[in-house]
Design a protein around this ligand. Sequence first.
Ligand code: CO
Length: 294
Amino acid sequence: MADTTTTTTSRPVTRVVDAPRTLEGEGFEVRRPFPTGALSMVDPFLLLDEMGPKVNAPGEAIGTGDHPHRGFETVTYLIDGEMEHRDSAGNHGSIRSGDVQWMTAGSGVVHSERPSAAFLERGGPIHGFQLWVNLARADKMSAPRYQDLRSEDLPKVDRDGVHATVIAGNAFGVTGPADTRIPILYAHVRLDPGARAELPTSVSANAFVYAIGGAGSVGSDQRPVRDGQAALLGRGEKIELRAGDEPFEVLVLAGEPLNEPVARYGPFVMNTKEEIVQAFDDFQNGRMGAITNR
Ligand code: CO
């Protein structure tokens, strides 16, 4: 009889990094697992910022005023709160609790990202994330694009103590609605005490888990990871998560590496220094537009 046993290799944790606190935008605090002096990126991911969780007093919430982007995508996911965006293409909208805005900056946009006037006035809890996903050379100068993914459009899973929302890619038998340039897995997973979860990944993807609440363990080696730490994963076909005595809440990210040179400066991420100089010149001379719809 043939041996039909198949094994799915589980990714080990190669490194655990802390997310230091830093100030962003007009002075709001974020936790940022990368980029830091210790970890510049997890190709194709360039940056991850966690805003909050905190409760704003009335009049306290702040955001980021007009600024450009070129050469990558910004993905904003709000667990709690309400942000308003305006941009140089005339777009204007709100992201509310549970929503995602997947913005492909491409050749360039100028935008502002701020708490809505109503949220600013009444205050309240804010907890959200901004992820930067690099674009390949061939896509860096593509036309800007927005995907507004509403909470009700994001598939939710609730079973065996696992509560998940899938934004991009496949996990727990559902597929996230984000249309990505390269294969990406982006899932928000909450485990009840004692629960376990496995997320399949392509072997060639780079992957990490960022803990946003509680503590648990990650990977084939069951490495302890707690709130505010990112676990970088080695090669394998699945990611294992386990909660111990307390709940464990994480973001799971995996993406195919671009393996291209990265030249980054502030809001621009290109392949060469010359392209960065060009981006500054284009921005300063108004070729990325300006926000006019106020
Ligand atoms: Co921005």
